[in-house]
Design a protein around this ligand. Structure first.
Ligand code: AMP
Length: 213
């Protein structure tokens, strides 16, 4: 069982890579962006609160995001109770007896405060975040990719002004999270400027090494 956090600025391809890795290694994939978009689609009270914030490219409040993350972990677990016999991160994604090989979290944490919350949650669940992978892509390439994605995704936060704001927020709020993890020695930075498969191969090498150790 290995627990991974994947980082990347908007357009770095963290969602794409997390999906590929979840498929290849049979990991549970939790994307806070996807969880939020689902709430918006279903027009739930959370979705209605989050939509305007997401459309502006701002960060949704920790109360909402942490609640969704918790719920995702709980829904996929038998019992979130740390004293329970069942392992709370053993997920019934493919049936009640199926045990995924690990978990990959994408989109969380985005602030140092969220990183501290994640430490707290994982400690309660008697788990560690074993690996933090940051996908590094130059800013020009990020903007090019987001424009490309905007043409097909129809995401309401993929407009020019919002994209720049989201990239600025990433620099200001999320880069410090990487410094926080760098200090703990668990951070690996991957060159993500090439093709999806090249980046994927680089990440797989890091994961394979971690799985062997
Ligand atoms: P993403 O799909 O990861 O790019 O996230 C899309 C949007 O969802 C972000 O621009 C934020 O508005 C919101 N969001 C996703 N994850 C978080 C988080 N951990 N904290 C706050 N807002 C988030």
């Amino acid at each position: 069982m290995i627990n991974i956090v994947i980082f990347g600025a908007p357009g770095a391809g963290k969602g794409t890579q997390a999906t590929l890795l979840a498929e290849k290694y049979d990991f549970l994939h939790i994307s806070t962006g996807d969880l939020l978009r689902q709430e918006v689609r279903l027009q739930t009270p959370i979705g209605l609160r989050a939509k305007a914030i997401m459309d502006r490219g701002d960060l949704v409040g920790d109360d909402i995001v942490v609640q969704l993350l918790h719920r995702a972990l709980q829904q996929r677990s038998t019992l979130p109770n740390p004293d329970a016999q069942e392992d709370p991160w053993d997920v019934a994604r493919k049936g009640p007896s199926h045990r995924p090989e690990g978990c990959i979290i994408d989109g969380f944490p985005r602030t140092v405060q969220q990183a501290q919350t994640l430490e707290f949650v994982t400690r309660r669940l008697k788990r560690n975040i074993d690996l933090i992978i940051a996908i590094d892509v130059p800013r020009d390439e990020l903007i090019r990719r987001i424009h490309e994605r905007a043409a097909i995704s129809g995401r309401s936060d993929d407009t020019e002004e919002v994209i720049r704001h989201r990239l600025d927020l990433y620099d200001r709020q999320t880069q410090p999270v990487l410094d926080y993890y760098r200090l703990s020695g668990r951070l690996t930075t991957i060159d993500g400027s090439g093709e999806i498969s090249q980046t994927n191969n680089r990440i797989c090498r890091v994961i394979d090494r971690a799985l062997r150790s």
